[in-house]
Design a protein around this ligand. Structure first.
Ligand SMILES: *[C@@H]1O[C@H](CO)[C@@H](O)[C@H](O)[C@H]1NC(C)=O
Ligand SMILES: *[C@@H]1O[C@H](CO)[C@@H](O)[C@H](O)[C@H]1NC(C)=O
Ligand SMILES: *[C@@H]1O[C@H](CO)[C@@H](O)[C@H](O)[C@H]1NC(C)=O
Ligand SMILES: [Zn+2]
Length: 705
């Protein structure tokens, strides 16, 4: 009885706390303004210190030995001559250390803040996008241990993000993007031009400086901005990139070179799809419509030497590529503009941010910045979203978020070291002994159309010796059985014009939501394990030829269209790999048949038979390496509670409290407090799932063989 009262009070407390946490204070928002070169440099220097595991910074001068444009008088905030072109890499350097197998296979995205120095929305937008990614990823990585300070820090940063209107799902989404992609950016690509608020770098226009459809070899790679981009591209296999400009409001793609005037590109179907997503997620407001999207030749004007067509076709349309022999800055090696078959197959979309090159009004604010329908929409806000969307769309993924009624606490936890062990820890649930079926729910991201999705399962013993890994897709599904799909097997992404379908419920991730069911094989004994994968096939229309005139008459040439439609697509360059596949798999989910009956929690009127093995308090590597001996580890279980139920119950208890105010006033707080301390006080707080009596149960997972 006491126990029940305590539990109810505890739940009331939880419900109350969660209501508090949802209150967004308007003191916390930031009205965007356009940052100067110096302000950008100060931020970058700070991030370098604060986020060493996620953020690397160099410059074209330091990395590639390029000269700096400008004189002593330019960019005086750093004590070198001229303006350095800063290059930022955002990556989870612990999960994917430089030089590792998985690092070489991260899908790559590039953001150029500005090629024209007086077009000023881009640099600040990419900086804010980077800032959100870094904040979310570093927050989501916490806590790594049971250390009180870490738990406090974890709680604080979640609270801060929430106050800014970044919901729990959005925080997890941003963290996933950081931990599963490599994002490279040059906030001020034309560093000198941005510093001087001038279009050109010196006297040369960097966006006429790329060796595509140029007539004279002396007329390309004249600028340091152009060479910076060239050097970066040669080192990567980007699939998506954004090049920010201003002067009109357009998302533009191929073709934009005079040679192809009046023609669509062979990748037009995919380009329309991606372009429409940018337009849609960017949105508009009273003074500005959502971006028009279409070919640069139609919507802007053609250029020779433009970055976009060079990045898209430089590897496969050699007839348009010249090898540059510029004379500026003591020349530039000719071989640097000879490209192999892999490097330049990118959707390098042109974003013309705003009619004003430096808009003074409607820059937007940070309130709910990830929602396009926010009142704070504006030029910076919408381009923050565009940048993040490029990172989203670069690779399809499947994320399981619910098992039976249990919401999994974590999606991708950054800064985990790779390997089966850590993978398994973060993706294990236990179900009651008498469970016959397990329902799971997932979302599919990184794509626009979900053609099909399936769920697969096997007893772990039956797939013994298979390479089951969180960071690699399984090579095939031999030994696995297909589960049942409940409801639709196809759908559309949240970024499509009709929105996510199947539609998420309140408090589900923003993407399309699918549900499947697996049957526990009858031979399964308590503590046996079942491994589940969900797969999705997406964007198969991207392989289609455009219905209108296109040229040249070849199939899609981009990495991004081929990677998801053509399993024979393999490219390797500069130590990076791009591999095509039709099916994209979730991380493996392990279900252990428990040694308990399905009785836990029935006393609260809510049947719960699913426990989560939470990865949080394991000793996973935060940079130092090393694994605790097994005997020192505790398998901590979480007790799932349906929040709706909690809120209802909380409301009931609060109502009761109003009836007997004295109880509430005099005893309430003291009563709540000891209850909260009953378990390790802080443990539950970053998660909505409080402990049960079983919370401290130690469970020996069956050793992995
Ligand atoms: C392709 O070219 C890049 C430079 O553009 C180079 O780093 C890479 O090694 C080349 N790859 C192959 C397979 O030749
Ligand atoms: C270049 O790559 C394309 C696409 O993978 C391939 O079809 C073609 O054979 C390659 N060309 C050369 C010369 O390797
Ligand atoms: C989606 O699935 C439904 C059945 O659930 C089917 O009727 C429909 O044709 C499918 N749509 C596409 C585009 O495959
Ligand atoms: Zn421009």
């Amino acid at each position: 009885m006491i126990n029940t009262i305590v539990r109810i009070l505890f739940m009331a407390y939880m419900a109350h706390a969660s209501i508090d946490r949802e209150t967004v204070s308007t003191d916390d928002y930031e009205s965007y303004s356009i940052w100067t070169s110096e302000e950008i440099k100060v931020k970058l220097d700070k991030w370098k210190d604060v986020y060493p595991d996620f953020f690397h910074m160099t410059s074209a001068q330091e990395k590639y030995g390029l000269p700096a444009a400008g004189s002593d008088a330019d960019c005086p905030f750093h004590d070198v001559t001229g303006c350095h072109n800063f290059i930022i890499t955002i990556q989870d350097f612990i999960t994917h250390p430089e030089g590792s197998y998985t690092s070489a296979r991260l899908p790559e995205v590039y953001w150029s803040g500005c090629l024209h120095g007086n077009e000023r929305v881009g640099p600040t937008s990419v900086m804010h996008a980077a800032s959100l990614l870094l904040q979310a990823a570093s927050c989501e990585a916490l806590p790594r241990t049971k250390d009180k300070d870490e738990i406090a820090a974890a709680r604080k940063c979640r609270h801060e993000l929430e106050k800014k209107g970044i919901s729990e799902h959005q925080r997890k989404w941003l963290a996933r993007l950081v931990s599963t992609r490599r994002i490279v950016m040059t906030p001020t690509t034309n560093a000198l031009g941005y510093y001087k608020n001038k279009r050109e770098e010196g006297r040369i226009d960097p966006n006429r400086d790329f060796p595509y459809d140029v007539k004279d070899p002396e007329d390309c790679m004249q600028t340091i901005a152009g060479r910076t981009v060239n050097e970066i591209y040669r080192e990567h296999l980007f699939q998506l990139s954004l090049t920010f400009h201003a002067g009109t409001e357009v998302v533009g793609y191929e073709w934009g070179a005079p040679h192809w005037l009046g023609k669509l590109s062979p990748d037009d179907v995919a380009q329309v799809s991606v372009g429409s997503a940018y337009s849609n997620y960017g949105g508009g407001w009273s003074a500005s419509k959502a971006y028009a999207y279409g070919t640069m030749n139609d919507l802007v004007y053609y250029v020779r030497g433009g970055m976009e067509d060079w990045a898209y076709a430089g590897s496969w349309d050699p007839d348009r590529v010249v090898q540059c022999e510029p004379t500026s800055f003591d020349g530039y090696p000719k071989e640097k503009t000879r490209y192999n078959n892999s490097t330049l197959r990118i959707f390098n979309m042109l974003i013309e941010t705003s009619d004003d090159k430096e808009p003074k009004l409607h820059l937007g604010n940070s309130v709910d910045v990830l929602n396009k329908d926010t009142k704070g929409n504006g030029h910076i806000s919408r381009n923050i979203r565009l940048a993040l969307l490029a990172a989203e769309l670069v690779e399809p993924y499947v994320s399981v978020f619910k098992v039976n009624e249990l919401r999994l606490s974590d999606d991708v936890v950054p800064l985990l070291t790779a390997g089966e062990e850590s993978c398994r820890k973060g993706n294990t649930v236990m179900v009651a002994k008498n469970t016959q079926q397990v329902d799971i729910s997932w979302t599919v991201g990184g794509s626009m159309t979900i053609d099909n999705t399936e769920v697969w399962y096997a007893k772990l013993d039956d797939v013994e010796g298979r390479d089951l890994d969180c960071l690699k897709h399984p090579s095939d599904m031999a030994g696995f059985v297909k589960g049942e799909i409940i409801g639709g097997t196809n759908g559309t992404s949240a970024f499509s014009s009709n929105g996510a379908f199947p539609t998420p419920k309140v408090d589900e991730p923003d993407g399309p939501i699918f549900t499947g069911r697996i049957s526990i094989p009858s031979s399964t004994k308590p503590l046996d394990q079942i491994v589940i994968y969900v797969s999705a096939r997406v964007d198969q229309d991207w392989k289609n030829a455009p219905s209108e005139t296109y040229a040249p008459l070849v199939g899609p040439q981009s990495h991004i269209a081929n990677v998801r439609t053509n399993p024979d697509w393999h490219h390797e360059s500069a130590g990076k790999f791009v591999d095509g596949r039709l099916d994209w798999f979730s991380r493996p989910l392990y279900v252990i048949l428990g040694d308990f009956e399905d009785a836990i929690g029935t006393q609260s009127g809510h049947t719960v038979g699913t426990l989560e093995h939470n990865v949080r308090f394991e000793n996973h590597n935060a940079g130092q390496g090393g694994v605790l001996p097994k005997s020192a580890r505790k398998e901590r279980m979480w007790f799932p509670v349906d929040m709706t139920f909690l809120l209802l119950l909380g409301a009931l208890v609060l109502a009761l409290c109003l009836f007997c105010a004295c109880l509430c006033r005099s005893d309430g707080s003291e009563k709540f407090a000891p209850v909260v301390q009953m378990d390790d006080e802080d443990d539950y707080a970053f998660d909505s799932a409080p402990f049960s009596d079983r919370a401290d149960t130690e469970l020996e997972l069956r050793p992995m063989s």
